[in-house]
Design a protein around this ligand. Structure first.
Ligand SMILES: Cc1cc2nc3c(=O)[nH]c(=O)nc-3n(C[C@H](O)[C@H](O)[C@H](O)COP(=O)(O)OP(=O)(O)OC[C@H]3O[C@@H](n4cnc5c(N)ncnc54)[C@H](O)[C@@H]3O)c2cc1C
Length: 420
């Protein structure tokens, strides 16, 4: 039983692990000179493998794709990822936010151990092989430095990633290949991304690169009720990016798509309520400048004061009551999400409706899909890797099961029975 995996990110590696554990001969192809490049990048900021929050909350992170992702987490998910990592010699810990990390926070030791185990299990790696489609005989075609290479596979798992950070390998060139086979692809969009505001030259030169700490984002749901999301973000050359922005980026992106603009409301003083802030700012400022008054009475200075100056009119800035309103709910006008190439992850892709429960493309028998190339999205917090692992395992297992059930692989059935 020969299964080809294309794409050596976390989804493809997990598919390889599952298929090889079930007795398949696995050949894994990747366009780059080495596998797992985005996984390694993810480790730079602390590899967040999954999240320890209660299952209901965890599942809610997948939004409209919760129903499709939920059953896949049964084979590997937030409860089992720590023990899976331990099997590779990597201990994990739960951070104060509930996020789960390897104890050294790094991706490289985990990836090294994982590749070692896969090689030992017989998985063959073929790097610098860029998949460019199927040839006339139906074989898989790869562009390599030595020319075109063809490979036959009884089943293939595509785990080609989304379209963010293309220099790490996932350039979404698969979109046209699958669309050419009649598969409807939900347009790829940036997820967990920054946004353009269009700063004044003065603000941009003075504050780009500055972190904005101890703020909260105010989110209004469809029913009109508001919730506060505390966190921090960074001022960029063109706008804003960072943790708390990513957390609400999907709805902001969709709002921009629908209306051409989205208003992000910031609470610059989440630890003070409005009456107190108004009272403090109404104190006589004597001969002090407004900037000093703001700093003394509301602890607003630096980039936060700069944001107020950037957004609030001179008249409102001089009026304590109106200034307090602005501090507690500063409207930032977002005009565009940053491009997909810069995003942490990708929304859109192969819709689950085009796949069966094993993640096989319904109208391409023997072709399975996994990872970020599928149409789901989630915030940062370990939910991305968790779904990549889970869909990878499902696709790897699915390919084996399909080969056996479709009678294409009697030998495999024998092998599986021996193992049992
Ligand atoms: C800066 C950053 C930090 C992140 N941190 C985290 C985090 O801490 N926690 C978390 O959960 N997620 C994190 N993510 C997201 C996570 O890394 C991705 O969701 C995950 O890597 C996607 O896995 P994948 O296997 O689907 O795709 P990828 O990891 O993108 O792998 C796809 C592979 O397919 C190969 N490929 C693509 N096209 C072809 C082709 N035509 N032929 C052959 N090979 C091809 C690529 O070379 C690549 O190796 C982060 C992402 C970024 C950018």
């Amino acid at each position: 039983m020969n299964i080809v995996i294309i794409g050596g990110g976390p989804a493809g590696l997990m598919a390889a692990e599952a298929a090889s554990a079930a007795g398949a001969q696995v050949d894994l192809y990747d366009a780059m000179a080495s596998v797992g490049r985005k996984f390694l990048l993810a480790g730079k900021g602390g590899l967040n493998l999954t999240h320890s929050e209660p299952s209901e909350k965890f599942l809610s992170r997948y939004g409209t794709r919760r129903a499709q992702i939920a059953p896949l987490l049964a084979s590997i998910g937030p409860d089992t990822i720590p023990s899976w990592a331990r099997g590779l010699g990597i201990d994990t810990f739960v951070g104060s936010s509930g996020r789960v990390f390897p104890t050294d926070l790094k991706a490289a030791p985990l990836l090294r151990a994982w590749l070692r185990r896969l090689r030992k299990a017989g998985v063959q790696f073929h790097v610098r092989h860029r998949w460019i489609g199927w040839d006339e005989q139906g074989a898989l075609s790869f562009a390599t430095p030595q020319g075109i290479h063809s490979a036959q596979a009884e089943a293939v798992v595509l785990a080609l990633g989304g379209g963010s950070w293309p220099k790490l390998g996932s350039d979404a060139s698969w979109v046209s290949l699958l669309a050419g086979r009649g598969i409807h692809i939900v347009p790829l969009q940036p997820a967990n991304c920054g946004f353009d505001v269009g700063w004044s030259e003065h603000f941009r030169t003075k504050f780009s690169g500055h972190p904005v700490k101890s703020v909260a984002i105010i989110v209004r749901d469809a029913a009109g009720s508001e919730s506060w999301h505390p966190g921090e973000f960074v001022i960029t050359e063109t706008g804003v990016e960072g943790g708390v922005i990513y957390a609400v980026s999907a709805s902001l992106r969709d709002e921009i798509l629908a209306k051409g603009v989205a208003i992000l409301r910031l609470d610059l003083a989440p630890d003070r309520d409005m009456p107190r802030l108004t009272h403090d700012l109404s104190r006589s400022r004597g001969k002090r400048t407004m900037a000093t008054h703001l700093q003394r009475q509301a602890h607003i200075e630096g980039v936060k004061a700069g944001l107020l100056r950037e957004v609030v009119s001179k008249e409102d800035f001089a009026d304590p009551a109106r200034l307090a309103v602005a501090i507690k709910s500063l409207p930032l006008r977002l005009v565009a999400p940053r491009p997909l190439e810069e995003a942490i992850s990708t929304a859109g892709g192969v819709p689950f409706e085009a796949l069966d429960a094993r993640l096989m493309v319904r109208n391409l028998p023997g072709v399975f899909c996994a990872g970020e190339m599928l149409d789901w999205e989630a915030p940062t917090g370990g939910y991305l890797l968790t779904a990549c692992f889970a869909t990878g395992r499902a696709a790897g297992n699915g390919a084996v099961a399909w080969l056996i059930e479709s009678g294409r692989c009697q030998a495999a059935l024998g092998m599986l029975n021996d193992k049992r």
